[in-house]
Design a protein around this ligand. Sequence first.
Ligand SMILES: Nc1nc2c(ncn2[C@@H]2O[C@H](COP(=O)(O)OP(=O)(O)O)[C@@H](O)[C@H]2O)c(=O)[nH]1
Ligand SMILES: [Mg+2]
Length: 321
Amino acid sequence: MRIYHSLLNATKFRRVFDFGEREVAHWFPGHMAKGLKQMRASLKKVDCIIEIHDARISFLWQRINPSFQESLDVRPHLLVLNKVDLADTSKNQSIMKRLEREGVRNVLFTDCLRQRDENVKKIVPLVTELIESGSRFHREEDRSYCLMVIGVPNVGKSSLINAVRRTYLKKGKASKVGGEPGITKAVLTKIQVCDRPIIHLLDTPGVLPPKIENIETGMKLALCGTILDHLVGEDIIADYLLFSLNRLERFSYVEKYNLEEPCDDIQHVLKCIAVKLGKTKRVKAITGVGNITVQMPDYSAAAYDFIRAFRKGELGKVMLD
Ligand SMILES: Nc1nc2c(ncn2[C@@H]2O[C@H](COP(=O)(O)OP(=O)(O)O)[C@@H](O)[C@H]2O)c(=O)[nH]1
Ligand SMILES: [Mg+2]
């Protein structure tokens, strides 16, 4: 790996990102309020909550709704920090310390795409213990529990359900997984994942916090795929990605896309990506001698690829907060 010593003096890069006049207000699809209402109505039947967060973003930005959170807090609660394969795990210790200070006790880091993830295996014993040691627990002959899985869109709720089911029932996918947020819309699906004890998981639609702290937090959530890209704009997500990679000194994009050196200019980077991937488009140009067709870099296609490469972990592991 090349080291870019001269560039590590940060003066070459932007220190802050200019969001212009953007606001987060229009980033929330209407179905989220409906989803939240349904979740609230089903809470009575729920013995334990599994809250899933993206391991790359601070815990604070991903709690879905303060009023809903209160009704959650009376139940046993497990926090799963997912997509740990994409996260810079050197920060895990300090994350755990911070969570402890916030009073969050039961935490697991997971990679739901891995065939045999050790921490996915721990979920059933841990929630069983949490439920049975709780004050609401009444021992019955048929132990049967219902768990609600909550979290922002695209964080891996359905993948986690499938992973637990794969581990304990040796069965295939039951809940649809998607690359775009909003695949599990306003329905709560109940899926059995274990038969001793009988455990059902309630898959829920992703719900974003009703008020995102600030635009930068919104952009981090967007970068990790929790908000529909077109609502935010792929051009700005790509630029924020470049800003973040430079800030974190993750320079693998330089070699991957044949750049000469790290660069803070998104237009230049997208051009290199387009050239490298052969993403060009023909456009008509009017000249003095008539109309001609010229090849231009396809900036949108390049931005799309850049963002997807990041989400697949191809541009390095990160911690955005
Ligand atoms: N790299 C990685 N990707 C994951 C992980 N869990 C889920 N995904 C991907 O994240 C996307 C959203 O997953 P999904 O389960 O549909 O999220 P949901 O909207 O919360 O139900 C899919 O493309 C999954 O393949 C993980 O642990 N690591
Ligand atoms: Mg889902």
